[in-house]
Design a protein around this ligand. Sequence first.
Ligand SMILES: C[S@@+](CC[C@H](N)C(=O)[O-])C[C@H]1O[C@@H](n2cnc3c(N)ncnc32)[C@H](O)[C@@H]1O
Length: 207
Amino acid sequence: MSNKLADELKSFETVWEGGYFEGDPLNPLAKSSYKQLGYISVLYATYLMCIKPYVNDQTISLEIGPGRGAWTKALLPSKEVYALDALSEEHNRFYEYLGYPENVKYFHVQDFRCEMLPDNYFTYMFSFGTFCHVSFEGITEYAIHIFPKLKSSSHCFWMVADYEKYNQSVANFDNLSYLATTMPLKPRYFLMRWLFKYRMKQNDRYL
Ligand SMILES: C[S@@+](CC[C@H](N)C(=O)[O-])C[C@H]1O[C@@H](n2cnc3c(N)ncnc32)[C@H](O)[C@@H]1O
């Protein structure tokens, strides 16, 4: 080993007594030396976990309820994307947002039968923020009709509403919000917290 590398190893001998601890990776709001930069959007985390590892130029993707196409954009590396929505393409301005990609087919659905989809065809499917607007009966109909459209070993990610979890989150907002970490419930942070909440409410108004 060169002297330079030996010195490099030796340089750690006097630091981090007790073992360096960056933060708890199992705590969703863990503090770290990245400070405010240590947090990512739940949408981006979903993309990293549920889309990026599975979607490539061999993937045949299916999406239910794309809306304007925010998630469809993340599916564009696919060979083909089929998108089904209860609203028309024009209403959602879907192709306008996506820039008219040639590998995307949009269908304005009138029922849950998915008859336009080829059997045993899709290798990946994704749905976010849609089934929470669909009754359990409707979700069941989709499940029954979509299953034969998916190839064996395909990957499928559906976001389905769990009202108990949602209600728990709202009831615990102050503990679960990243505000709790960045601006603790201490008097010197009260004004900052109030201003932040005020700004959040203003933003909500324009959503
Ligand atoms: C809240 S938006 C979510 C849009 C998009 N997934 C997103 O997260 O940005 C819900 C979408 O689901 C569509 N939708 C509702 N019921 C549906 C159904 N039964 N089949 C297909 N799409 C449906 C709506 O038209 C709308 O575009």
